[in-house]
Ligand binder design. Structure first.
Ligand SMILES: C[S@@+](CC[C@H](N)C(=O)[O-])C[C@H]1O[C@@H](n2cnc3c(N)ncnc32)[C@H](O)[C@@H]1O
Length: 191
């Protein structure tokens, strides 16, 4: 089932909201990571820079054929051979990745899902012990130019609580400011 309010505007508008490489680095992605997964890759806004950072493969999952095609085409155009794009419903079927198989998981602009706890549990399952989860979400502020409705938009503390309940340990004291419109958390799967 496609996550509520997860449709995308046109690519140029979407990408005007982000500084993807800076964001990924602030969210703990580094060259020390081999493999990564993105839940809901959209246009590949974060998949492509992540693939330039990691030493291995980035798995990019999306339910929409158009998004799968867009991300795959970008990877090809960029000469990246380490992006594995997959059309799949991660709500209904999970990621399909083995337990403890990736070093870094991305839950970016997706935790307004109906059951965020299940996405967090799946991220924990696929992460290696000591692996990192990067979370980014729209600020809890009705004046942002996009983002989920306020009644399903989480405050930073709520996302932290859900992630900790799913078995993550928070790796930063405060939410990370990702201007102009986002915040983030870095979480670790305990060893
Ligand atoms: C708001 S976009 C975020 C895209 C990307 N993470 C980013 O921040 O640029 C959410 C994406 O998740 C995808 N999506 C929503 N529900 C999904 C599901 N159940 N399984 C796989 N992909 C899903 C949507 O098609 C959309 O491309």
């Amino acid at each position: 089932m496609k996550t509520r309010e997860s449709g995308m505007p046109d690519e140029g508008l979407w990408e005007s909201f982000f500084q993807p490489e800076r964001t990924l680095r602030l969210l703990g992605l580094s060259e020390n990571c081999r493999t990564a997964v993105e839940f809901g890759c959209g246009y590949g806004t974060f998949t492509i820079p992540a693939a330039r950072i990691v030493s291995g493969v980035v798995f990019a999952i999306d339910i929409e054929p158009e998004m799968v095609r867009a991300t795959a085409a970008r990877a090809t155009a960029a000469g990246l051979s380490n992006v594995r794009v997959c059309q799949r419903d991660f709500v209904a079927e999970g990621t399909g990745l083995p337990d403890a198989s990736v070093d870094y998981a991305m839950l970016l602009n997706i935790l307004h899902a109906e059951r965020p706890e299940s996405l967090l549990a799946e991220a924990r399952r696929v992460l290696t012990p000591g692996g990192t989860l990067g979370i980014m979400h729209w600020n809890y502020d009705p004046s942002t130019p996009r983002g989920p409705s306020m009644d399903i938009r989480s405050r930073p503390e709520q996302l932290r609580t859900w992630a900790e309940s799913a078995g993550f340990v928070t790796a930063c004291d405060q939410p990370i400011d990702l201007p102009p419109y986002h915040y983030g958390w870095v979480m670790r799967r305990p060893r």
